[in-house]
Design a protein. Structure first.
Length: 477
């Protein structure tokens, strides 16, 4: 207002005499003329950033997102045409098949388009509001309404920060986000549920074609040294445990600095897990059939002493039970053992109901939300799935889409899906609880060959690349 005759340097505000008395006692003040000389220069600097940095980045990212939308819409039309052709062949048996298949494809299409639409709308809204604020600032400068200058400048700073974040986001692009696959009843019904065609009971199960989704790299941690690394575990809110056969490092998620070398310090080796209370459990470095726990006072104690040759995998369940995959060299067989939180044996899994051996060389093991146990078999390049009682359910292995399946490690997310690192195809499989492939995260396009996996939060995944000795935080959908 006209009564605002003083500029408070401390608060960066135009104030009146009453405000000085009430709220600005002891602050530093300056003449209004000086404010009018300095603030326009600051505005010019911000305007320069807007024109030279924000606008080109905004236009470039909008172009990428718009291109994706066009590709999706083009391939959607091609896919629906293919669906229609397929439906004609089935109409004699199922009159409503065409509509069913279209609804199925639209679910996949929607999951592809919505994140891109949201990102595009957000960027456009921020950019439009920034343009509006800049025009208001130009009017203020022309009419010498200096009382509004600090507020508008602060508004511009905030919106510039939103559009030109310091954190670089690498947007994963594909020539076609939703590719035109050879759509068939067998492939779609596997994902969306089976239904009979023709003869009653003619239910078929096939491998779902991969649905490709954008992957955003949030952060990359470089790990110094030459020792081989193979797994990553969430140690706590601030640290990761990245380990190999003989070395295990606690590394800061924020800085990437090594906080402590724990394997050499406590005489441990892989595999290793972290309990809910933060205590470390790992294989004994000298006795491969013993599991050691490191207590809060850093005292080393034997947790399990097993009559096996070697322990190859560990997992702590939601009920604080421990799953252990082991190998017996005498009969060249593998087993998975379950112990309660007191270390008492609860379950032994080693063969199917038919008497056939379940595992040749089990390694990584995990549990999903409904209690199913998933085990990587290194010898057969497959994953064996068992229910909570240890009964065989099914096997996940090579498919028609990905031939060279070589699973290394697996973990589960908050949706109950299983994530599998596939060294043979340099990708990550996202599998639902019934073994249906929901999508493949094409990490090869990002230059990542994943080994270890650890879920940070819903939609956020740490992926360790042992060859490049780096651990990337991925935002997947």
């Amino acid at each position: 207002s006209k009564l605002c005759e003083m500029y408070c340097v401390t608060c960066d505000k135009i104030v009146c005499t009453k405000c000085v008395t009430d709220n600005h006692r002891g602050h530093e003040f300056d003449q209004l003329d000086k404010l009018f000389k300095t603030k326009p220069k600051e505005f010019e600097t911000l305007l320069k950033d807007f024109n030279q940095i924000v606008t080109p980045k905004y236009l470039r990212e909008c172009e990428i997102l718009e291109k994706r939308l066009l590709e999706i819409e083009y391939n959607q039309a091609a896919t629906e045409t293919e669906i229609h052709d397929q439906a004609e062949a089935f109409k004699a048996c199922v009159g409503t098949l065409e509509e069913k298949l279209k609804r199925m494809s639209q679910v996949v299409i929607k999951s592809e388009k919505q994140p891109i639409k949201n990102a595009l709308a957000s960027k456009r809204e921020n950019y439009t509001q920034l343009q509006k604020t800049i025009k208001e600032m130009q009017v203020v400068l022309e009419k010498h309404h200096i009382a509004n200058i600090p507020l508008l400048l602060n508004n511009i700073r905030q919106r510039l920060s939103a559009l030109s974040s310091e954190e670089d986001i690498a947007i994963h692009t594909e020539t076609a986000v939703f590719e035109k696959y050879e759509i068939s009843l067998e492939r779609l019904e596997t994902f969306f549920g089976q239904f009979s065609v023709g003869t009653p009971g003619d239910l078929r199960k096939r491998t779902l074609p991969p649905v490709k989704t954008p992957i955003f790299v949030k952060k990359v941690i470089e790990i110094r040294g030459t020792s081989p690394l193979s797994s990553v575990t969430i140690a706590n809110e601030k640290e990761l445990l990245i380990s190999g056969d003989k070395y295990g490092f606690q590394i800061s998620k924020e800085s990437g600095n090594v906080q402590m070398e724990v394997f050499q310090k406590f005489g441990l080796r892989e595999p290793a897990v972290v309990l809910s209370n933060g205590l470390l459990v790992a294989r004994d470095g000298k006795c491969p059939n013993k599991i050691v726990k490191i207590l809060s006072n850093q005292v080393r104690t034997v947790f399990l002493d097993l009559t096996v040759d070697i322990i190859t995998g560990l997992h702590i369940t939601r009920k604080s039970e421990i799953l252990v995959s082991v190998v017996q060299s005498e009969d060249c067989s593998g087993e998975v053992l379950k112990y309660d939180k007191l270390g008492e044996a609860a379950l032994r899994i080693y063969q199917k109901e038919s008497g056939e051996a379940l595992f040749a060389y089990p390694t990584s093991v995990t549990e999903n939300l409904n209690g199913d146990i998933w085990v990587v078999d290194k010898e057969t390049d497959s994953i064996e799935i068992l229910d909570r009682f240890g009964l065989y359910r099914f096997t996940y292995k090579n498919s028609d889409i990905l031939k060279n399946f070589k699973p290394h490690s697996l973990t589960s997310d908050s949706n109950g899906n299983i994530l599998i690192s596939d060294r043979g195809n340099q990708t990550i499989h996202v599998i639902d609880r019934d073994g249906r492939a929901l999508r493949y995260l094409d990490t090869a396009s990002l230059g990542i060959s994943p080994t270890g996996l650890a879920v940070e939060a819903p939609g956020l995944l740490w992926a360790l690349d042992s060859d490049k000795r780096c651990c990337s935080l991925l935002n997947y959908f």
